[in-house]
Design a protein around this ligand. Sequence first.
Ligand code: NCD
Ligand code: ZN
Length: 344
Amino acid sequence: MTQSLTLRRPDDWHLHLRDGDMLRAVLPHTANHFARAIIMPNLVPPVVTGADAAAYRERIMAALPEGSDFEPLMTLYLTEDTDPEDLAAAHASGLVKAVKLYPAGATTNSASGVSDFSKVAKVFEKMAEIGLPLCTHGEVTDSDVDIFDREAVFIDRVLDPIRKDHPALRVIMEHITTKDAADYVRSADQNLAATITTHHLVINRNHILAGGIKPHYYCLPVAKRETHRLALRAAATSGDSRFFLGTDSAPHTDANKLLPCGCAGCFTAPNTMSILAEVFEQEGKLDQLEAFASLNGPAYYGLPANEDQITLIRETPSFPAQIDTPDGPVTVFDPDMPLHWRVA
Ligand code: NCD
Ligand code: ZN
């Protein structure tokens, strides 16, 4: 039995760090294991301009633990007023690595997202021209579309038309939750990839809804039925370079999760690597963990893989049930299974 596993240091291609006290509380948990992360721009107000991204980056750097070499990869929040020239300048300076599309109202702090996609066509043209990738929150928001169908409908109604209009646009479907999305990614011969979260490899919708409602398993896109979870595990562990890790670690205080209308998001930064090792071992694919967590992401973003390494050892890890923040406790994602790997 393999007792230790050494990988190139992983990156997280979809991460929520928030701001202020919450940023300072959660950032060390990511910087501990990950070299880089794509930082989501859904602050209040959102990170819209190059200047916003530069200022947010400074706040992240200031919040890093002493001696950490973690590198935040900044994104811009796409609005119907996004200026293609501002975005191009932020990309040319090396500051911004992707642009994030939230359909208006799709998830936490997405009110300034896009409703009329014709208004962002010029932005997509510019992004295709300069090679700046588009990250999508792939759910329609129409109230007449069932929440469990919103990702599949997004592919047909929104994403496929965008990709046909802008074939040179590089797209990352973020936090995919369905077999439909995994199949759609495989059907594309270029310019399409997907991130998969830790929690969607572990939970299906029963975890949220069966035997009592479990707010800590509620995230968006919401976990789907078991067939979809199995399709995601197959994609993540396949070695296919179009699939890579984006944890979507999304901290909310327990006070904000445990409400009649609670927030969406799972906080997985502390235990993601232990959980992934467990999942990949269950699938008999420990040898593919490095591709998923450390190689495929940088390759798609056109960045070098990290030179340094981390080692996982076969020992029972221990994680706190919650971390304390000045805003109140944040519950750490419970994978509901024993874990056998810890980061050395
Ligand atoms: C994210 C958040 O809390 O910012 N929540 C989530 O459930 N994933 C937003 C998002 O990525 O959808
Ligand atoms: Zn997210």
